[in-house]
Design a protein around this ligand. Structure first.
Ligand SMILES: [Mg+2]
Length: 170
């Protein structure tokens, strides 16, 4: 519907789709007026079954920080893992009940940005992309870096396939 801002009209579909976070250039954020980047954890910056962030993804996040972007994690993951990731990266984690919007609002407040200045990077259409679109954030989908995941996530992936959600909205 034309009265809705473009991001909200995307539904489950991302604005952009990359294979991996490493393929997302910092210039994409800059071009869209982004100041804060919210990152999913499981299967976006870590393999679901591991607690450590790979060196190349650490370097990608450090490069964003050096360019002045503020980063935060928003994750439904297990708290023991999230504490380890927070300790390794020094990036604050907002524990989430995604796709509910309350945790997205908490991440926005942590970043001290307005919605139009925030991008999300995540590997799931239902829990990452859809709510981010509703917030009016720039939504960027990546492919999961491991095939292991929570049972509920596997159900969402089945929905993504059936409804063809993983194609960027035009
Ligand atoms: Mg994920």
């Amino acid at each position: 519907m034309s009265e809705f801002p473009k991001d909200r009209a995307r539904g489950f579909r991302p604005a952009f789709h990359f294979k991996n976070v490493l393929d997302i250039p910092a210039s994409l954020f800059a071009e869209h007026g982004i100041k804060g980047v919210v990152l999913d954890v499981d299967n976006t910056i870590t393999r679901w079954e591991l607690t450590s962030v790979p060196d190349e993804i650490m370097a990608w996040m450090d490069a964003l920080k050096e360019r002045g972007f503020k980063l935060a994690f928003l994750s439904n993951g297990l708290s023991a893992k999230l504490k380890e990731v927070e300790a390794q990266t020094g990036i604050r984690i907002v524990p989430g009940k995604k796709p509910f919007l309350s945790s997205f609002a908490r991440a926005r407040d942590l970043l001290e940005c307005v919605d139009a200045e925030i991008a999300i990077v995540g590997d799931q259409c239902v829990t990452d992309i859809w709510p981010a679109n509703r917030m009016g954030w720039l939504s960027i989908l990546v492919e999961p870096i491991s095939t292991s995941d929570f049972l509920g996530t596997q159900f969402y992936r089945w929905l993504e396939r059936i409804f063809g959600m993983r194609t960027p909205a035009r």
